[in-house]
Structure formats: structure tokens, C-alpha cells
Design a protein. Sequence first.
Length: 105
Amino acid sequence: MKQIEVTILGQSYLLGCPEGGERDLLEAVASVDREMSAIRDGGKVKARERIAVLAALNLAYALAGRPATRPAAPAAAAPMGSGDVDVGALVQRLDQALGANGQLL
């Protein structure tokens, strides 16, 4: 396994990557960095953890909207209520859970 140093939102990370997967990993890092930077630059969210969660939700929502390119998982593996995702409700629940200071604890 190869290790690659990347930067996301100004912080360096050392990530493991299988041989031949460097391009895909760097594309994923660029997407995460772009999404987190956009949220931070929007000015409403300051806590790094909250920015990361919102970016993850945004990226997951975007992926869920793409047409499937892989074979579908067996019906038993489908998550409960695997229909439309109400991202607004998820963000609201996260805001409530994180509280005013943007931290879980």
C-alpha cells in the first residue's frame, strides 16, 4: 500500500492508497477540499467538524442522485427508508446534536 500526503482545508493528511488508485484518491481529496472550502467560505459555519459533516452530507447526496453504475445490492442490504434523502432535515438534526459550539461533547 502506497502512502500519499494530501491537504484538505489547509491541513495535511497522510493517506494509504492501493497501487494504481492514486488518481481516484486525489480526485476524491479535491472534491472534499472543494466542498469544505465552499462551506467555510460561505461564512455561516466555522467549526471544522461541522464543515466536514456538512461536506460529507453534500457529497453523499450528490452521489445518491447519480445513476447507478454498479450492480444493485441485494434487497436485504438496502438501508431502511432508502428513498429520497431529506438533507435539510439531516442538517437540522446535526445542528441540534452539535449544539451552539459545533462540538459533540
